[in-house]
Design a protein around this ligand. Structure first.
Ligand code: PEP
Ligand code: MN
Length: 343
């Protein structure tokens, strides 16, 4: 952090600011220029002082002109803190570290046949984990809300049959215990990305957490949400860009493909793309999926249904098994071109 003192500040003003810096456990490096004094602040806040906001505290001093933060507000999630990519292991599946991992499955768990047919179909085409929502965050309270625990049981049955770990959303802290009984990865949906009490709770579990970027969440806010989970002791966080809200209405959301290189620079956590919720229409899903591989994402979270035409939620954006398998063939070529493999 750089503290720029006001032009007319005196020796005792600089000393007072130095003391405030040192009281927070940080170090002050003072440079006196011909016009102004600039103080470089280095060091990390002690754990018991993490709630302090040094930029805000120092900005209140009457002799301080400006304060520039140079370190990131997210600590555990930042590349500054850990250079090496985090690899999240879920049973035998790895996410991150040069692998391209496909998580596929329907939007909602609907019934036994749907789950078994979809899971066995995607398993043949490189899917490594099975997704499906049993608690659904629907815009309307009058539409299908998910089967709850019944849905989790169906997910489990399909997961056992195909040997694919389960990724499923937990929406409400009161459902966490039941979701924990079945899920291998806890999904936090776009609408809950800043539900900080839910983030803290999943941070206290030993399950990997898949965080979906909110539709109006900046990348910095997204990483602060990851920080909430990690600060509770759970470092197994997977990020997922799923489109943000812009003025464009041709697609359901606008896939922020630049989030991939930005996140790759800012954090060591794995980054997935969800082309389905971004596109909202199945025709656009292949192109966005290909862009994800080319841009350096660590995998996809993609909606596939054995019969999308009868899906009870997100019917327009789900691929059928054949479309999905054809897409994976294409993705393999792009993966090879960028030095990754999809097996
Ligand atoms: C989902 O993946 O099922 C979902 C509801 O997505 P999002 O939270 O990104 O809207
Ligand atoms: Mn969906």
């Amino acid at each position: 952090m750089i503290v720029v003192m006001r032009k007319n500040s005196k020796e005792q003003d600089v000393e007072r600011v130095r003391e405030r810096i040192e009281d927070m456990g940080l170090k002050a490096h003072i440079s006196k220029g011909s016009e102004r004094t600039v103080i470089g602040v280095v060091g990390n806040l002690d754990r018991d002082k993490l709630s302090l906001d040094p930029v805000a505290i120092l900005s209140t001093d009457k002799s301080v002109d400006r304060v520039y933060p140079v370190t990131k507000p997210y600590k555990l999630a930042s590349r500054e803190n850990r250079e090496k990519d985090t690899i999240v292991k879920v049973k035998d599946v790895v996410v991150g570290g040069g692998n391209f991992t496909i998580i596929a499955g329907p939007c909602s768990v609907e019934n036994r046949q749907q789950m078994i047919e979809t899971a066995t179909g995607i398993k043949k085409c490189s899917a490594k984990m099975l997704r499906g929502g049993a608690f659904k965050p629907r815009t309307s309270p009058y539409t299908f809300q998910g089967l709850g625990e019944e849905g989790l049981k169906l997910l489990k049955e399909a997961s056992k049959l195909t040997d694919m770990p389960i990724v499923t959303e937990v929406m409400n802290p009161k459902d966490l215990d039941v979701v924990l009984k079945y899920a291998d990865v806890l999904q936090i949906g776009a609408r809950n990305i800043q539900n900080f009490s839910l983030l803290k709770l999943v941070g206290q579990t030993d399950k990997a957490v898949l965080l979906k970027r909110g539709m109006s969440t900046t990348i910095q806010e997204f990483l602060m949400s990851a920080e909430y989970v990690m600060s509770e002791g759970n470092g197994d966080v997977i990020l997922c860009e799923r489109g943000i809200r812009t003025f464009e209405t041709a697609t359901r959301s606008t896939l922020d493909i630049s989030a991939v290189p930005v996140l790759k620079k800012e954090t060591h956590l794995p980054v997935l793309i969800d082309p389905s919720h971004a596109a909202g229409k199945r025709d656009y899903v292949p192109a966005l999926s290909k862009a994800a591989v080319a841009a350096g994402a660590d995998g996809l979270l993609i909606e596939v249904h054995y019969k999308p035409e009868i899906a009870v939620s997100d019917a327009a954006q789900q691929l059928n098994i054949k479309e999905y398998c054809e897409l994976v063939k294409e993705l393999k070529k792009i993966a090879e071109a960028v030095g990754k493999s999809i097996d």
